[in-house]
Design a binder for this molecule. Structure first.
Ligand code: FES
Length: 188
């Protein structure tokens, strides 16, 4: 029987290939529908597995709230010069340590207006806040600017090894009469 292939001169082999090509799925070379849904379900399974794995890892490493130490040793009382403000611990702990002829005390370097960090101006012998100009004497008492009250003091004590310990978990407020309490200063 004469076919179109024969008609264009392709020979009988071309005629044999025709049924094979017809039997091949239309989507050969692309994913079949079954492949597609199979891969989709495996992909979904993998994502779920990955999420479970991450959740498991997270519970294995619970969140830890880091709380900085509340006290520190500042050295021997004799390390501090009478009449001077030590700024040695200002950067790390936001604390000034002051020694006068009678005692040592620790001031919290936070302005009582809006919380900026004042600067110690040695030549003027005062703490000056750069934000709105509040000024404080060496004692911590406010005398100019909008700060409504004195700086706060931290508890100071002596450790067994003779070092000064500043405890930042205990504050002493002038306006509450706390500065007269033991702990607000250390007699030297
Ligand atoms: S924050 Fe110090 S004067 Fe305003």
């Amino acid at each position: 029987m004469t076919t179109a292939a024969n008609a264009v001169g392709k020979g009988p082999e071309a005629e044999d290939e025709a049924p094979v090509a017809a039997a091949r799925p239309r989507s050969a070379g692309l994913w079949s529908r079954r492949d597609f849904f199979g891969r989709l379900s495996w992909g979904g399974f993998s994502i779920v597995s990955l999420i479970s794995l991450l959740a498991g890892m997270r519970s294995a490493f619970p969140r830890v709230l880091f709380t900085p130490p509340q006290s520190f040793k500042a050295g021997l009382p004799t390390d501090f010069t009478v009449g001077e403000v030590s700024e040695k611990f200002k950067r790390e702990h936001r604390v000034w340590i002051i020694r006068n002829p009678e005692a040592i005390y620790a001031l919290f370097a936070k302005c009582t207006h809006l919380g900026c960090t004042p600067r110690w101006l040695k030549t003027e012998e005062k703490f000056k806040c750069p934000c709105h100009g509040s000024g404080f004497y060496m004692s911590g008492i406010n005398f100019e600017g909008p700060a409504p009250r004195p700086l706060e003091r931290y508890r100071v004590a002596l450790a067994e090894d003779g070092q000064l310990v500043v405890d930042m978990s205990v504050k002493y407020l002038f306006e509450k009469g706390d500065w007269a309490k033991p702990g607000a200063y250390l007699r030297v």
